[in-house]
Each structure stands twice: as structure tokens, then as C-alpha cells.
Design a protein around this ligand. Structure first.
Ligand code: GUN
Length: 283
């Protein structure tokens, strides 16, 4: 069997086209959506991600404000910038690209963002709202995964879903979203015994553990759906995901590729949150 490749680029384009209509309509009312993107330091991968986000904004008609700060930026300076942006009426969403340098507290930075401008859905208030089933914003990568599944008519309700990875950005909120869709959810992580055995029980595996080609055919039930969130660089410099694509696509029924899969969906959800933030701030 050869798995269907779930196309995130195509679906993201559809989501963005719908958002553009909303952004244009807001513009007619004199309301301009704006997203501030802060990048601290010169991590090359972060630079690429931030450029993609700015391009998405331009495509939809969202104004983007980039703040590229040196790695030597102090915590106080970053918190001051966030406070300025919290009070800037032209800025509806604020995103601090992670990771940030180790001398700055990620927790303090996230907590400093006005929850109504939290385009990433990282703030504890927004995470709490998500947890109790009353989300204001959606966590971008997990929401992108769910939209990709649903748009491809892959049933979530009643299915055994295994999330591999327990990060605050992906693993934990992914489990909550799948649970909210009535899946039975198991979270595996680096200390889990028998990951392969647990994954083999899954109808849907979402892998976000950040280990190149971690999911091999022994982790996949024939006909399962496999979603790859990880991005690493192989020894040859090529991008590889958390899933060994060639071998796993032989047994899965549907799968995502390391490029053109989850990544574009994450960014489309960021745009969605920015539009929602703009609406919330203008009603
Ligand atoms: N770093 C990796 N993924 C993300 C994301 O979704 N948002 C932010 N702000 N940083 C990231």
C-alpha cells in the first residue's frame, strides 16, 4: 500500500484565501490587522520561519511589524518591547519566535503578552481556556493538524490517537485538541517504555518529538494515519522529519511530508488567530 500524502500547502492556501476576504472586509471598515513578530538572535531556522510568516501576512493583507533583536538583548529590554506592543493599537497579534536565548525567561516573556494579542496561544490564560473547552485562540500547530485531518475526511472521534512528544507548543495542546474531538488519546515521550508497541495501537499517530526518523514501520499499524510535525537536518544537510517517510508511507493509509505538510498549516492557523485577535479588539 502507498499512503495518501496529505497536502498542507494546498489546504493552507484555501484557509488563507478565506482569511483574505475577512481581512479585506475589515479594511473596508478602516480596521487594519497587524501582527508583530519578534526574533531574538540569529538562529537560521527561526529566520526562515519568521520570513515565511511575514510572507503569509503580506499575502492576506495583514500588516507585519518585525523586531529583529540581537542575541545580547536583555530580558528587561524584551519585556519592555512587549509592553509597548501590548499598548500599540496597530498591533493586534504579538509573536515571539522560539527558542529565545537562554538568559531570557520564556515563561516571563509569554506571560507578558496581552492574552488578547497572543497569536500563538501560548499564554497560560489561553492555555487554560483551551483546557476547559472554551478556547479563545487555537494553538497553531495542533489546530493545523486537526484541520488537515478533518479536511481529508479522517475521522478523529472514537479513534485511538497517540501523540509522541509533550512540549507546550505541540504535544500537550495536540492531545487536548484531539481529546476535544472525542478521540482516546495517549501521550508518549522520551521516558515512555515501549513507544513502538503503544504507537502500533494507534489509528492516528502525531509525532512531535524532534528526533530524526524516529517513527519507523515497527511503530505503525497498517492503515494508520501518520502526521509528522518534526523538522531536523540530516547529516547531509537535508530536512528530515520525525517519521521515516519512505518506509512508513508503505504501510500507512495517509501521511504528511516534512515539507508541505504541517508547516504551512501552522502558519495558516497563526493568520487565523491574528484575524480573530483583530476582531476581538475591535468589537
Ligand atoms: N518555534 C517553533 N514553533 C513555534 C511557534 O509555533 N511559535 C513560536 N512563537 N515559536 C516557535
Amino acid at each position: 500500500m502507498s499512503a495518501k500524502v496529505l497536502n498542507g500547502t494546498e489546504l493552507a492556501a484555501r484557509v488563507k484565501a478565506e482569511l483574505k476576504i475577512k481581512v479585506d472586509a475589515l479594511g473596508q471598515e478602516g480596521i487594519n490587522a497587524g501582527l508583530a513578530v519578534i526574533i531574538v538572535g540569529d538562529d537560521p531556522a527561526s529566520r526562515v520561519y519568521v520570513n515565511h510568516k511575514k510572507n503569509d501576512c503580506a499575502e492576506i493583507g495583514i500588516k507585519s511589524f518585525e523586531y529583529a533583536l540581537p542575541a545580547s538583548t536583555t530580558e528587561e529590554e524584551l519585556l519592555e518591547l512587549i509592553e509597548t506592543l501590548n499598548n500599540d493599537r496597530n498591533v493586534n497579534g504579538i509573536l515571539v519566535q522560539m527558542p529565545i536565548p537562554k538568559h531570557i525567561s520564556e515563561e516571563k516573556v509569554i506571560a507578558a503578552i496581552n492574552p488578547l494579542k497572543d497569536a500563538d496561544c501560548f499564554h497560560p490564560e489561553n492555555v487554560g481556556n483551551l483546557m476547559i473547552g472554551k478556547p479563545v485562540f487555537m494553538p497553531c500547530t495542533p489546530a493545523g493538524v486537526v484541520e488537515l485531518l478533518e479536511a481529508n475526511d479522517i475521522q478523529i472521534e472514537g479513534k485511538n490517537c497517540v501523540v509522541v512528544g509533550r512540549s507546550n507548543i505541540v504535544g500537550k495542546p495536540q492531545a487536548i485538541l484531539l481529546l476535544a474531538k472525542n478521540a482516546t488519546v495517549t501521550i508518549c515521550h522520551s521516558k515512555t517504555a515501549n513507544i513502538a508497541e503503544i504507537c502500533r495501537n494507534a489509528d492516528i499517530v502525531v509525532c512531535a518529538i524532534g528526533k530524526a526518523e524516529f517513527i519507523k514501520p515497527d511503530c505503525v499499524k497498517p492503515g494508520a494515519v501518520v502526521i509528522d510535525v518534526g523538522v531536523s537536518r540530516g547529516a547531509d544537510g537535508k530536512l528530515v522529519g520525525d517519521v521515516q517517510f519512505q518506509t512508513v508511507s508503505e504501510i500507512a493509509s495517509a501521511i504528511t511530508k516534512v515539507t508541505g505538510g504541517v508547516g504551512p498549516m501552522t502558519r495558516a492557523m497563526l493568520m487565523k488567530n491574528t484575524v480573530k485577535a483583530t476582531l476581538l479588539q475591535n468589537n
